[in-house]
Design a protein around this ligand. Structure first.
Ligand code: GCV
Length: 720
């Protein structure tokens, strides 16, 4: 008998098949799953409202509108979208701008369209020549695409579209993902695999994922991507890489996404062979002018630069005795004629160890207020240290009235459980956005600083450090997708509530079944507080392990002081916490008087931030009637118990969604439970070495010693 396959071939084939088999529920489709509508009544009403579609216009963006409708309606209603070129019957979805469509121009939408600006849209039920229509209208094609995604979201979440009458206008103009992606495809603080950008294969091979990335971002209104890490590599500014970036820009363009790059400040030295990168040196200016012109020759709609300067070893203008403003303006001047901007980060700290690192950005930046060019944003992290599970808001918000300020949130969970913890970040984002700076009296919330309304700035923006990688489900943890979603939705509409966003996301990502939505939403809404409890309760911060930041490390005391944990928690035999009051580092002086007074007094300082601002005696009694030590212990234990409850909730939902994602989350929750116990035991035992007090009677005792926890070493943690 002739052997057709060499020995061993068949088993290899089977193995390959099972590895490459991709199920529909592997998380790849994110919130754009477009599952068949299971409710027959709703499905029937959608069918009759959407008998035909009249889209006018001719552009890549309009093609994207058509494509998305085809995909969405086929998935949800199981029918091919019927595109027509004129209004024929009732049940027409009409999409166009007044310029592209005489019919749209004839509708009484002028007032609304005057408000929608460049990117907003109107969705409205209208009677057009006696035909019942749903109209999506905007001033530009990109508004139509955003409106289309909104409309599809209404269908995905089972809204009654028969009464829809809405106008949507973005709260911020620049809504950006900041990728901390390196050219070697590692991702700093990335927990979802390697970078999406396959620089080696670009521009020859254009992965279909690039278009899906653009679709998904457009669906939540994100309109820009900084492709590269703020710890920048100047090579990205060379023609070899610009050609690659231009290929990505070409794919993103129809989806309204502009490309930005990180500019390494001494690029003129590293790739330009100049002896210096002094921003006041005419040769340096000339070099950047040529470079920027070159960039625009590759990417005509290039958005601009994000710059990390004089921070964590990154070069900057201070290396040449110049200010941040002088550095930023040099770039801004050349970008301005092209419509480009500079986002200059305020996350600065240098090698002179400050007495309180929390104060440095404010001290360096407030004297520069009013000195930046018009197209410069100062980009500020939500809190004054570094994306901790809980921080007070950054005192720079409201303190530079003459400078447009851009928010920087971290979507990737560097300090919030990385790739293994279910932590929904919208409550963290909202807590910051809703904080009142009192810059112009009561009602000066950070959301108003960011959307520019507090000081009437022409520019407004919000950036999120991306959590996306090349893992099949994009974000690693299935619930990490919700943080990407929440960031985009909030950047578009700062008034959205955490619950609304969570519910939308659950409905589109998992199911419209209330039996699933209600418990999962509750779990998501509380999850950030749970993490704070088992990691850094009562305002503790920066007590994670060194370098990779995975797991607890309250004992870290080596290296530069402001990278250690002991610098921040200051535990001693009398108590715990960093005294930032007028009696201590006086960091509170950087806040406006109402906020300052509140933080200065331990009686009025929110207990959730107590140890951020105060060094408290172990036996000080808190509002619960418990001492600081007891409350600290209870918070850590509560955190762990909450994770166990999340597990119970999740387990009770078996069968309500696909087994693939259900089991994935289930396994991750078990990791989270173990890691929360690790955090709790390590911290409680370590702080006990200072308090010398017993763990309250009613709490189960850790079964290991503090030495055991100190000796845990994790190798090859992703993200560094
Ligand atoms: C990109 C923290 C992170 C760094 C990050 C830095 C920054 O220090 O640990 O990985 O660097 O913030 O925001 O620049």
């Amino acid at each position: 008998m002739k052997r057709i396959f060499p020995l061993g071939f068949l088993p290899v084939c089977f193995a390959l098949l099972s590895f490459t088999a991709v199920s529909g529920e592997d998380g790849y489709r994110l919130w754009l799953r477009y599952e068949a509508i299971s409710d027959t009544g709703i499905s029937r009403s959608y069918h009759s409202a959407l008998q035909q579609i009249l889209v006018t216009g001719n552009s890549g963006t309009i093609d994207a509108v058509r494509e998305e409708l085809e995909r969405g309606l086929e998935g949800m209603l199981g029918k091919k979208a019927l595109f027509v070129s004129q209004l024929i019957s009732n049940g027409t979805l009409m999409i166009g701008t007044p310029e592209s469509s005489a019919l749209i121009a004839s509708l009484p939408l002028k007032d609304q369209l005057q408000k929608t600006g460049q990117e907003g849209y109107v969705i409205k039920n209208c009677n057009v020549f006696n035909k019942a229509c749903i109209v999506i209208a905007a001033n530009n094609d990109i508004g139509l695409l955003y409106g289309t995604f909104h409309f599809l979201r209404l269908l995905q979440t089972y809204h009654d579209i028969g009464t829809t009458d809405l106008i949507s206008i973005p709260s911020t103009q620049i809504r950006l993902l900041n990728h901390w992606d390196n050219l070697d495809r590692t991702v700093e603080r990335g927990y979802a695999g390697f970078s999406l950008w396959n620089w080696h294969l670009l521009p020859g091979y254009l992965s279909p994922r690039y278009k899906d990335y653009a679709r998904v971002n457009a669906s939540i209104g994100i309109n820009g991507a900084v492709l590269t890490n703020v710890n920048a590599n100047a090579l990205v500014l060379t023609p070899q890489y610009l050609e690659k970036a231009a290929a990505l820009a070409g794919i993103f363009r129809p989806y309204g996404i502009r490309i930005y790059l990180t500019a390494r400040f001494n690029a003129p030295v590293e790739i330009g062979e100049l002896p210096s990168a002094d921003p006041l040196d005419p040769r340096v200016n000339e070099w950047w002018e040529k470079k920027i012109t070159e960039i625009y020759s590759y990417i005509p709609d290039f958005g601009g630069f994000l710059v990390k300067a004089n921070s964590e070893g990154q070069p900057g203008p201070q290396n040449y005795g110049r200010t941040h403003a002088e550095g930023a303006n040099m770039l801004a001047r050349t970008l301005a004629p092209h419509g480009g901007i500079v986002m200059w980060r305020a996350f600065v700290y240098d090698n002179n160890i400050p007495e309180d690192r929390a104060k440095q950005a404010y001290n360096e930046f407030t004297p520069l207020d009013g000195k930046f060019d018009r197209n410069v944003f100062v980009q500020v992290k939500n809190g004054p240290i570094d994306f901790q599970p809980r921080e007070p808001f950054h005192p720079l918000f409201g303190a530079m009235p003459n400078t447009p300020m851009m928010m920087e949130f971290q979507i990737t969970q560097e300090y919030l459980g990385q790739g293994t913890h279910l932590v929904y970040l919208a409550p963290l984002f909202k807590e910051c956005l809703e904080s009142d700076t009192y810059a112009r009296g009561k009602g000066s919330e950070i959301s108003k600083v960011i959307d520019g309304t507090l000081e009437n700035h022409g520019y407004s923006g919000m950036a999120g450090v991306s959590n996306i990688g090349d893992e099949r489900n994009w974000c690693g943890h299935p619930f990490a997708q919700a943080n990407w979603y929440a960031f985009g939705r909030l950047a578009w509409d700062l008034s959205l509530t955490t619950g609304t966003i969570a519910e939308e996301w659950i409905r589109m990502t998992f199911t419209n079944d209330d039996g699933f939505i209600i418990p999962v939403k509750q779990m998501m809404l509380n999850s950030r507080e749970y993490a704070v409890n088992y990691m850094t309760p009562l305002g503790l911060h920066h007590i994670m392990a060194m370098h990779h930041h995975h797991g607890p490390g309250p004992w870290v005391d080596e290296g530069r002081p402001d990278w250690t944990s002991v610098y921040y928690h200051r535990a001693d035999s009398t108590g715990i916490g960093f005294d930032r009051t007028s009696r201590g580092s006086n960091a509170i002086s950087q806040y406006f008087p109402e906020v300052r007074q509140m933080f200065d007094n331990p009686g009025t300082c929110p207990e959730s931030l107590l140890l951020w601002f105060h060094h408290m005696n172990w036996d000080h009694t808190l509002s619960s009637g418990q001492t600081v030590w007891e409350e600290l212990c209870h918070a850590y234990y509560r955190g762990v118990d909450s994770v166990k409850k999340m597990q119970q909730t999740w387990n009770s939902l078996a069968g309500k969604i696909d087994a693939e994602r259900f089991n994935h989350v289930k396994a991750l929750l078990e990791i989270q439970r173990k890691e929360s116990i690790w955090w709790r035991n390590a911290c409680v035992l370590y702080f006990q070495t200072f308090s010398r007090l017993p763990i309250p009677e009613e709490l189960e005792k850790p079964d290991q010693t503090v030495e055991y926890y100190r000796n845990i070493k994790k190798y090859y943690v992703p993200g560094i």
